[in-house]
Design a protein around this ligand. Structure first.
Ligand code: NAD
Ligand code: TYD
Length: 358
């Protein structure tokens, strides 16, 4: 299939490029497409960290812009300055537990912020949509919660249950509204849980790895029976690259690992891997497992059917889970400074040192 977006000189804005998944996407684009000018647009919230992309910050085709996607004035200014050909939109508030504590922050960034970006594209591209693309990166959580069987397909009706998933679902609807109403050339993907390097240690896998290293309790919500479908973050970045270049305009693609795990089984597996890496006696880390109060409205099971993406665009996950977890554990063990910085706020200092106060 001919790519819809070709590797000619293009200016691609990536929002949320200092976050977990965004940093992997920016790295892939900057290295793979030297003729693209990649503009990383990120507000640097607690989850955004320029250390995540330190290795590519001196590449000539990479530019960082600190901006809040909710600021229409700032986003419009960036659009006039850079004349973007495409936006890959990842910036979001992304943690379910935080959305339960502060839902409006999620409504603001995920709904209003997405609206501001869509509107900027509409205004900028209204005279000529040829070769333009708005790619919205979303989550499988918009589909709600599965029982013991079944999978989410692209046709599964939306049924979000947390403030996070409801805000992402709203943003997905806005994206499709701009497609149908204004003909904006959009494409979207809904992915399962990611894991890998540079993951902020408030999410399950990095939190468990970090707590095992530090001999701290491993808080398992409820009975640990909830199920998630885990995907290596670099495989997600490859899927985004594929969908960005080849996905059908107005299309929607599910991305998943075909890799379902009960939380408690996953934590046991991590304990075994970490015992080996830390040269602890077998069974030592498991003693840290502590059952805690369940998350409110905790979705039981997510499972993605990603056959459309593999059938139409040829993408497949590359890594087996145990291998990916092993690599992830190694990364955290080798990058304890990174963990220390993101948990202590020192990376904010890095930003000021690197870029000055803006
Ligand atoms: P993250 O929380 O690690 O990173 C989010 C990034 O967005 C940060 O760099 C942050 O500074 C930036 N940001 C937040 N608010 C902003 C604002 N108002 N303006 C500009 N920048 C802002 O998130 P992630 O896990 O990398 O997720 C990225 C995207 O992928 C999100 O849209 C999320 O919904 C989606 N997603 C995540 C997963 C997952 O497992 N993590 C799975 C499927 C989809
Ligand atoms: P999380 O990484 O927050 O991702 P999401 O809620 O978006 O799926 O959580 C993954 C699963 O792990 C989810 O079922 C909640 C559970 N969990 C725990 O049991 N303990 C924890 O400390 C965390 C952060 C999550």
């Amino acid at each position: 299939m001919e790519p819809l977006i070709t590797d000619t000189d293009k200016t691609v804005g990536v929002t949320g490029g200092a976050g977990f998944i965004g940093s992997h996407v920016v790295r892939l684009l900057v290295k793979k497409y030297p003729r693209y000018r990649v503009i990383n647009i990120d507000a640097l919230t607690y989850a955004g960290n320029l250390e995540n992309i330190k290795d590519i910050e001196t590449y000539p085709n990479y530019i960082f812009e600190r901006a809040d996607i909710c600021s229409e004035e700032h986003i419009d200014r960036l659009f006039s300055g850079y004349q973007f050909d495409a936006i890959i939109h990842l910036a979001a508030e992304s943690h379910v537990d935080r959305s339960i504590m502060d839902p409006l922050a999620f409504v603001k960034t995920n709904v209003l912020g997405t609206g501001v970006l869509l509107n900027a594209c509409r205004k900028q591209w209204s005279h000529d949509m040829e070769g333009k693309r708005f790619y919205h990166v979303s989550t499988d959580e918009v589909y709600g919660s599965l029982g013991d069987t079944g999978f989410f397909t692209e046709e599964t009706p939306y049924d979000p249950r947390s403030p996070y998933s409801a805000s992402k679902a709203s943003s997905d609807h806005l994206v499709m509204a701009y497609y149908h109403t204004y003909g904006l050339p959009v494409v979207m993907s809904n992915c399962s849980n990611n894991y890998g390097s540079h993951h902020f240690p408030e999410k399950l896998i990095p939190l468990m790895i970090n707590n095992i290293i530090n001999n701290k309790p491993l808080p398992v919500y409820g009975k640990g029976e909830n199920i998630r479908d885990w995907l290596w973050v670099e495989d997600h970045a490859r899927a985004i690259d594929t969908i960005f270049h080849k996905g059908k305009t107005g299309g929607k693609y599910n991305v998943g690992g075909f890799n379902e795990w009960k939380n408690i089984d996953l934590v046991h597996l991590l304990c075994r891997i970490m015992d080996q890496k830390l040269h602890r006696p077998a069974g030592e880390s498991e003693k840290l497992i502590t059952y805690v109060k369940d998350r409110a409205g905790h979705d039981l099971r997510y499972a993605i059917d990603a056959t459309k993406l593999s059938r139409e665009l040829g993408w497949k996950p590359s890594l087996q889970f145990e291998e990916g977890l092993g690599k992830t554990a190694d990364w955290y063990l080798e990058n304890q400074d990174w963990v220390h910085h993101v948990t202590s706020g020192q990376y904010q200092q890095y930003y000021t040192e690197q870029y000055g106060k803006r």
